[in-house]
Unconditional design. Structure first.
Length: 173
């Protein structure tokens, strides 16, 4: 097992920024693809002295299951997480479509990855007003989701609660 939660998304979706905000990890953060070349791990403090481990995994691109981008090297890391937190920016042209592409890459690589619990974080949501968020909500996949902004510290507590509740449920199951 690599981590309790693996961050899955395209390059520049905000994975490293989230990890740096919720843990003491110091991943490299830059505005260009493939800043993250190896998984970065961070311990996320939760309520009552509890914690969980989060892994920032290098960004996925379409065709990764065929070896494009960092391809198969990082897809192996995704297998080693209990929960997959998909991260798609609020300013994406089509959040649902990006999620489908990411999911398809996982399916093409290893269909068993679809058996893992999936959550969705709409990142960079400080750029989306309530009207846009409402519009976005109407076309999201049918999985638990939360709007977050790592930079503005928006939705971070809700995200941790969502993750913790899933971890607890899976430990009881």
């Amino acid at each position: 097992m690599l981590a309790d939660v693996g961050l899955v998304g395209f390059p520049n979706a905000g994975k490293s920024t989230l990890l740096s905000v919720v843990s003491a990890a110091k991943p490299e953060i830059a505005n260009f693809p493939f800043t993250t070349l190896v998984p970065n791990l961070g311990i996320v403090e939760y309520r009552n002295h509890r914690s969980f481990v989060m892994a920032d995994i290098p960004g996925i691109i379409e065709g990764a299951h065929e070896g494009k981008g960092l391809g198969l090297r990082f897809l192996r890391h995704i297998e080693r997480n209990s929960i997959l937190l998909f991260m798609v920016p609020a300013d994406s042209d089509n959040i649902h479509q990006e999620y489908k592409v990411l999911l398809n890459e996982l399916r093409q690589y290893n269909p068993e990855l679809l058996d893992k619990q999936r959550l969705l974080a709409i990142t960079k949501s400080d750029m989306a007003d309530e009207e846009l968020q409402s519009e976005i909500k109407s076309d999201l996949p049918d999985i638990p989701f939360v709007f977050i902004s790592s930079v503005a510290q928006k939705g971070i507590t809700e995200l941790k609660d969502m993750i913790w509740n899933v971890l607890e449920a899976s430990n009881k199951g």
